[in-house]
Design a protein around this ligand. Sequence first.
Ligand code: GUN
Length: 288
Amino acid sequence: MTAQLIDGNALSKQLRGDIARRAAALSARGATPGLAVVLVGENPASQVYVRNKVKACQDSGLHSVLEQYPATLSEADLLARVDALNRDPAIHGILVQLPLPAHIDAQKVIEAISPAKDVDGFHVASAGALMVGQPGFWPCTPYGCMKMLESIGYELKGKHAVVIGRSNIVGKPMALMLLQKNATVTICHSGTQNLKALTLQADVVVAAVGKRNVLTADMVKPGAVVIDVGMNRNDEGKLCGDVDFGGVKDVAGWITPVPGGVGPMTITMLLVNTLEAAEMAPTVARSA
Ligand code: GUN
């Protein structure tokens, strides 16, 4: 192995210490940061994700509520719950876990969340703010990737970053964040021709497709930073990313593992966003 590991667990632990201190300071002023997590249906992966989010809140001294509803919940009823949470002063962040059942328009639900409580950063107002470089909540996964790059002191200016994947949740916001740091950014996707020719030019590769072995050793420039956003299962049922870690670790300069890489950072940035939402909330301003 030539690559150095970017340890998401260790970095999370470090950041969560600071989060816990800031949360305690808010609590002392009677304004404990609060996150509402809404889960509709019984998707097993979603159930694990929301449990981890709620547990992370508890461990860092944030208040959290988990609202679970059957898959038959109507869109109107879900919108009514979001509206109530928007008006609840104990709740500073609202997260509606995706995917939602097919009869519910997910975008409509996301747009119903107050942008001031949009700690997922999925609202068009948040996406627009990122696009034009205005303050707003950044989606947690790409935000976590940026923190990982920052943690190794990586200077993005003038570097070529290749993002594989163009989702609204990861790929597109990731590209904008890298651009904001003056990287030259290429976004690759399922229609990209000769992916390898592009990744071989990359100083930084972010793999965010949701498919195993999207990036193999022969596609990586020696010394490149490789960030693996994937969460897949291999043939033995073990968690693995989008990157062929076994091969790429011998070529890359830095690499994030799966598990223990981007995953914990996503939850950490959710805590950061919730904390910042609470710090900006009007009740805190009044008591200051
Ligand atoms: N489903 C998978 N990842 C996420 C996430 O980060 N936020 C929400 N709300 N749903 C998801």
